[in-house]
Design a protein around this ligand. Sequence first.
Ligand code: HEC
Length: 155
Amino acid sequence: MKIKKLPSYVLVFVAFPVLMISCNSEPKSNIESTPTKEKTIVTPSVTPAPADSSASQLADPALAVGEKLYTENCKVCHNLNTVTLIGPGLAGINERRPQEWLIPWIKNSQKVIASGDKYAVELFNKYNKVPMPNYDYSNEQIQSILAYIAKNEQK
Ligand code: HEC
């Protein structure tokens, strides 16, 4: 029963091993004991996320990945609006900079600054030369963060 109510991203990242174990130990018992209202739903991954989940509005699993990465790594320094925290508010970042700039920047901002990129140098100076940490993420992971920002920014 528990497993069926979890949002799909939790299943992918957290509960998959649990799911495998529970499938072995109690095959189909969940489904057979399900109240009539839910009896047509047999696959946990197609069950809609519960309304109280923070990820409930994220239909796309990539957005859930982006939310997790953003919350755990970026939120401490960046707002989703235009107000500066440690770094600039990231609302509108997808219009402000192209992905060809954003991806290398997030991977290694100091490298972009060292390359002499004018925007990067000015930004770095404006923010009192506080360097951003490097993130060894794939392009897809960074794109999921940017998609999460695009969906949740407050301009
Ligand atoms: C320790 C604080 C800190 C963390 C954590 C951090 N940043 Fe930054 N970020 C900054 C600062 C400060 C700047 C301004 C440039 C500089 O000083 O290097 C910046 C600039 C940026 C910019 C350019 C903004 C603009 O207006 O052009 C982007 C994009 C960005 N950060 C994305 C991220 C993402 C995505 C993460 C998480 C994966 C992250 N940052 C984590 C401090 C941080």
